[in-house]
Design a protein around this ligand. Structure first.
Ligand code: FAD
Ligand code: NAI
Length: 465
């Protein structure tokens, strides 16, 4: 069997790449070691986590919020198997959707571990050990990432778990201890907090969500604390031990000082992810790597001709939409077009309640780069729709170049922030200014009016503040 392109891995990077290449007339095959397509994102990442975030938000709403709308119910009860069924059905619909798209686009799929023997040959080892060879003119590595291990914490996915275990608990943990105040810790911590767990987050740094705009992160932390999250910032974990009933975690202040011990029923290790390239045979091929990531040039080429790499396996944010955009761009490049990804305009969303959504530079980054900027801010407390929905927490913050007024960064803390950020991304793609946004008509009453008001506020002329 011979192809124009073989894509190894069918996560959002790989499956989107395969579809785009097929659209452009290439004969394409994919290789996937998992039983279902869709990678981390569809099977054990974005999709199942959003399914249980949504369901647990409904639970919290029924428990705490509905009465304030005059909707009286008896206290909600959790049917955890039904809750998990919703997640499983959501995953199944999505992974089956990818299988359908492969058929529709006449993409052949090989199930098994892909190993690159030469730039023209991928060997596929099926689960039963049988091997087959797939010939190709080009290869895209889209093998994604895995949870970074914490030395000394032995993952069993029951008591000491990664995100994968935390998506499938068979009962609500009494005490959940989370190591790492990043995206996974706060999203999955929110799910189990809403369902009744006592959640403590131990974070190495003295702040949560590193990399996010500092002012936004501080407000976000306060809101999470109000929801009942306990944070032990500036602490490192030195030991994680299984006990008869759960685990014991030893922590020490990062700056030095007395160690303390915390007991938990379950410990979630969420200290980042690392690229997954095991079994690909990259060393034998001499493919250049840097800190575990495959090194590529701006056209996604590795140092070996006709072998490309994208997504979590290469540099950049480990986000599904970044992987997808690289998948499209590399397919276009392989087909002789001019694929391109604008890394300045990749949004990032934390799907807690409220959500946090950001695109572009933070205030800290602009200061560091010595760029003069103006800030426009608008709180959701002053937005009519937010009041009607009783979702007034948070604000919109826009950073614009002081001289040109070009928007350099937008940060939103609030309900639906993940949807609201889209207009900021489009604006930034087109090199738009705060004034462009401020002069654009926004429907009333919507949360998006707060985005416009923040743009007006860059020039100190917000109407409703
Ligand atoms: P992956 O999705 O990891 O896919 C790689 C695929 O390659 C896998 O299916 C793997 O089985 C296969 N593979 C690996 N090696 C081989 C081999 N040798 N042969 C054959 N197959 C192989 N990102 C967001 O943007 N939004 C979110 O809300 C979000 N939520 C997340 C929640 C969780 C809990 C986690 C863990 C991650 C989340 N992410 C989210 C990150 C997102 O899942 C990744 O950025 C994205 O999946 C990366 O896509 P990818 O195609 O590079 O790799
Ligand atoms: P992360 O990088 O977001 O956060 C990890 C946190 O752990 C950091 O705050 C870090 O300082 C801390 N940390 C590291 N080592 C530590 C230690 N030894 N002790 C205590 N704290 C320690 O990583 P996370 O949350 O595991 O997520 C991995 C990646 O998955 C994310 O970076 C993101 O790319 C992706 N993801 C994206 C989501 C989204 O877009 N909504 C949702 C979930 C994951």
């Amino acid at each position: 069997m011979s192809y124009d392109l073989v894509v190894i891995g069918t996560g959002p990077g790989g499956y989107v790449c395969a579809i785009r290449a097929a659209q452009l007339g290439l004969k394409v095959a994919v290789v996937e070691k998992r039983k279902t397509f869709g990678g981390t994102c569809l099977n054990i990442g974005c999709i199942p986590s959003k399914a249980i975030l949504h369901a647990s938000d409904k639970f919290a709403e029924a428990e705490h919020d509905l009465a304030s709308f005059g909707v009286l119910t008896s206290p909600p009860k959790l049917d955890l198997p039904a809750f998990m069924k919703h997640k499983d059905e959501t995953v199944a619909a999505n992974v089956n959707g990818v299988a359908f798209l492969f058929k529709k686009n006449k993409i052949d799929a090989f199930h098994g571990l892909g190993t690159i023997k030469t730039p023209q040959l991928v060997e596929v080892t099926a689960e039963d050990g049988t091997k087959s060879g797939v010939e190709t003119k080009a290869i895209v590595i889209a093998t994604g990432s895995e949870a970074a291990p914490l030395p000394g914490a032995e993952i069993d996915e029951k008591i000491i778990v990664t995100s994968t275990g935390a998506l499938s608990f068979d009962k609500v943990p009494g005490k959940l201890l989370i190591i790492g105040a990043g995206v996974i810790g706060l999203e999955l911590g929110s799910v189990w907090k809403r369902l009744g767990a006592e959640v403590t987050v131990v974070e190495f740094l003295d702040r949560i969500v590193p990399g996010m705009d500092g002012e936004v992160a501080k407000s976000f932390q306060r809101i999470l604390e109000k929801q009942g999250f306990a944070f032990r910032l500036g602490h490192k974990v030195t030991k994680v031990e299984r006990t008869k009933t759960g685990a014991s975690v030893t922590i020490e202040p990062t700056a030095g000082g007395e160690a303390a011990s915390l007991d938990a029923d379950v410990v979630l290790v969420a200290i980042g992810r690392r690229p997954f390239t095991e079994g690909l045979g990259l060393e034998a091929l001499g493919i250049a790597m840097e800190r575990g990531r495959v090194v590529t040039d701006p056209q996604f080429r590795t140092n070996v001709a006709q072998i490309y790499a994208i997504g979590d396996a290469v540099a950049g944010p480990m986000l599904a939409h970044k992987a997808e955009d690289e998948g499209i761009a590399v397919a276009e490049i392989i087909a002789g077009q001019h694929g391109h990804v604008n890394y300045e305009a990749i949004p990032s969303v934390v799907y807690t309640m409220p959500e946090v959504a950001t695109v572009g530079a933070t205030e800290e980054q602009l200061k560091e780069q010595g760029i003069a900027y103006r800030v426009g801010k608008f709180p959701f407390t002053a937005n009519g729709r937010a009041r009607a929905m009783r979702q007034t927490e948070g604000f919109v913050k826009i950073l614009a170049d002081a001289a040109s007024d070009r928007v350099l960064g937008v940060h939103i803390l609030g309900a639906s922030a993940g949807e609201l950020i889209a207009e900021a991304v489009v604006l930034m793609e087109f090199g738009g200014s705060a004034e462009d946004l401020a002069r654009t008509c926004h429907a009333h009453p919507t949360m998006s009016e707060a985005v416009r008001e923040a743009a007006l506020s860059v020039d100190k002329r917000a109407i409703h503040m």
